[in-house]
Design a protein around this ligand. Structure first.
Ligand code: ATP
Length: 445
């Protein structure tokens, strides 16, 4: 993990938020390469989830009517049990003490469970994870609103709006990508548990009775999405929630887990939420949330199958999965360790780098022309500094799948050397074919 965090900072993937002020716990900023990777992950999700005939997209606001969160159960139930250490004042999630360490510098490395056994902890209290703020100029209790802790509710309250505008009939889904906020008691493991994060959620509305089949379908579909973008299948597993651990709204739930360096952790949840949410919003708003089937003349409240992925947690899983160090030849017969981010070409922040072999003989001018030809289509990087081997290594570490070198052969036949990141294989491609070549290679993967 330390290597990933340090590469993230060095190469401009992720920085600590407000770093010059000492950082803000649980908040992170995405740098130039990070923002590209994050956008690519979201783009791939959006394409997979909404470029199909039975799913529509929306973008709901972060602030919603406070009654939404009463109806959803978040005001009453979105809590974690919290304990305080009377001695060092550290706070812990009572259900996650196993791996926690004592917060006192005097007992560095001491397990929190030991402090608990010594009777230093308070009784567990329930702590609501929703961030509160005020809407309008009056800071009184009537004006309280919450930063949404999940994007799902923005979809439920718009269910009939979207259904009638798009003329969809169940089974159909509504997808959304957006920020969510949770005042987590302990943030940890880099991007895994943060206070501000992004979710990629889809709610699929189905006729009751067909819910179990659709649940199975989405469970399979979502795991294969990660695999289709190059994530190692052996690092992914399902974790079924035991019936006694199911959330209050769920009939069945599976997590898709990734094996991080610190152990298995959830990256996406697939939930059968029954008709809980729509029924509650009907109760609390007094507006019907039922669907009327014109053909069968039936009126019913659909069941909801939810697929809820963290964009930032997926980002971290893709980064961890792609990171490798390996021995590679330097070109002069020696071996050296190279660090590679083997990101899928569709996720890679920069798709191609262009190098002139030497800074003379017109090679920089040709290189710049190639860069200009690629730029409208793909993110491209031009680099003319240092030995060619070093330039390759820099791009390997940034995950760039293709490096194009202008060399003496280019001057003769207008071809460039294309070197592929993972295999390090080289081939010659005509300069005028570069954009087509890149498009084909990126799509073919
Ligand atoms: P956990 O048990 O880890 O707190 P959860 O079961 O509460 O997660 P969900 O409510 O199912 O998580 O949220 C769906 C997805 O949103 C998770 O799979 C995860 O990818 C992401 N997510 C949830 N909380 C956070 C967080 N604090 N930081 C980053 N991503 C998060």
């Amino acid at each position: 993990m330390e290597k990933i965090v340090s590469l993230s900072k060095r190469r401009g993937f992720v920085y600590q938020s407000s770093e010059i002020y000492g950082g803000l716990n649980g908040c992170w900023d995405y740098g130039p390469l990070g923002v590209e990777l994050l956008r690519n992950i979201k783009e791939q999700w959006w394409r997979a989830m909404t470029y199909r005939k039975d799913v529509e997209g929306i973008d709901a606001s972060i602030l919603m009517h406070p009654r939404v969160w009463e109806a959803s159960g978040h005001v009453a139930n979105f809590t974690d049990p919290m304990v305080d250490c009377r001695e060092c004042k550290s706070r812990f999630r009572a259900d996650q003490l196993e791996d926690a360490l004592c917060g006192s510098p005097a007992y560095k490395g001491r397990k929190a469970v030991k402090c608990q056994a010594d009777g230093k902890f308070t009784e567990a209290r329930q702590f609501n994870l929703m961030f509160k703020t005020h809407i309008g100029p009056m800071e009184d209790s009537t004006e309280v609103v919450y930063l949404r802790p999940e994007t799902a509710q923005g979809i439920y309250v718009n269910f009939l709006n979207v259904q009638s505008a798009s003329r969809q009939k169940p089974p159909f889904g509504i997808a959304q990508i957006g920020k969510a906020f949770r005042n987590e008691i302990n943030t940890r493991n880099f991007l895994f548990r943060t206070r501000e994060f992004e979710q990629m959620e889809m709610q699929f509305f189905v006729k009751p009775g067909t819910d179990e089949d659709w649940f199975g379908y989405w469970k399979r579909e979502r795991l294969s999405w990660f695999v289709s973008l190059g994530m190692k299948e052996a690092k992914l597993q399902y974790h079924r929630h035991e019936p006694d651990k199911l959330a209050h709204y769920a009939k069945d739930a599976y997590d898709i887990e990734y094996e991080f360096p610190f152990g298995w952790g959830e990256i996406e949840g697939i939930h059968n939420r029954t008709d809980f949410d729509l029924t509650r919003h009907e109760e609390f708003s007094g507006k019907s949330m039922k669907y009327f089937d014109e053909q069968t003349k039936e009126r019913y409240t659909p069941y909801v199958i939810e697929t809820s992925a963290g964009a930032s947690r997926s980002f971290m899983a893709f980064l961890v999965d792609a990171y490798r160090e390996e021995e590679a030849p330097t070109g002069d017969g020696k071996m050296e360790t190279r660090t590679v981010l083997g990101l899928h070409p569709r996720l890679a922040p920069v798709k191609a780098a262009v190098f002139p072999l030497v800074n003379r003989d017109g090679m920089p001018e040709i290189g710049k022309k190639i860069e200009e030809a690629i730029r409208p289509h793909f993110r491209v990087f031009y680099d003319d500094s240092g030995a060619i081997g070093r330039r390759y290594r820099r791009q390997d570490e940034a995950g760039t799948p293709f490096c194009l070198t202008v060399d003496s052969q280019t001057l003769v036949d207008q071809t460039v050397t294309v070197r592929e990141r993972d295999s390090m294989k080289q081939e010659r491609v005509g300069m005028d074919m570069i954009v087509t070549y890149l498009r084909e290679r990126i799509q073919a993967e």
